[in-house]
Design a protein around this ligand. Structure first.
Ligand code: SF4
Ligand code: SF4
Length: 194
């Protein structure tokens, strides 16, 4: 008899919790900023939100999609080297002279023929943003990047055309060849003078 009573009591408790949440779920949940101390304490109200019409606030320090301000990038490759999953692919071309300055005054001497980040591989560790000397690679608050094709998650930040890249490669090679020829001529002159 005791077991029957315990069974009914347990079933009643379980169902009362279920019905309490069922009726409570019709109330709209107040959307609080993530910084609010009650953010994780709201147990009642709507169990989900009408995404994408409604969106929960996200923490300011959240780690989401990466972005690169290419004007400030010195193409040092540090971000690619530190990346634990090798999802940053950079191809640098040496310039024949300084090509400008970043907003923090660092001189730029390399072109980025390629600067791709495969966000499908990225594990959002943030290491690349920490090592960047000019702080031009940052994590944004953009998290909704649904795509139909995985390859669309490879973001291409370089806007160099293949023609422009080829021209810059040619210019650098020519400069190197001229330097080499001048060096050789100087050596020959020195040897001839001895
Ligand atoms: S956040 Fe981490 S995994 Fe993603 S690109 Fe940067 S270093 Fe690589
Ligand atoms: S670490 Fe920064 S400056 Fe260097 S290549 Fe990466 S984004 Fe550019």
């Amino acid at each position: 008899m005791n077991k029957v009573i315990t069974g009914f009591t347990t079933a009643f408790k379980g169902l009362s919790i279920t019905f309490r949440h069922l009726f409570a779920s019709h109330r709209k949940r107040k959307i609080l900023p993530a910084s609010d101390s009650n953010y994780f304490k709201q147990s009642g109200g709507t169990n989900t939100i009408q995404y994408p019409h409604q969106r929960l606030p996200i923490p300011e320090v959240g780690r989401y999609q990466l972005d690169v301000e290419m004007d400030d990038c010195i193409v040092c490759d540090l971000c690619a080297k530190i990346c634990p999953v090798d999802c940053i692919d950079i191809e640098a071309i040496k310039a024949t002279e300084a090509i400008g300055q970043t907003s923090d005054g660092t001189t730029k001497r390399l072109y980025a023929a390629k600067f791709d980040i495969d966000m499908a591989k990225c594990m959002y560790c943030g290491l690349c943003t920490i090592v960047c000397p000019t702080e031009c690679i940052v994590m944004t608050n953009q998290y909704d990047k649904s795509v139909a094709d995985l390859s669309q998650l490879t973001y291409q930040f370089s806007d160099m055309t293949p023609e422009f890249a080829a021209e810059k490669r040619r210019e650098f090679e020519q400069q190197q060849a001229e330097k080499q020829a001048a060096k050789l001529a100087a050596m020959q002159k020195k040897e001839g003078g001895v």
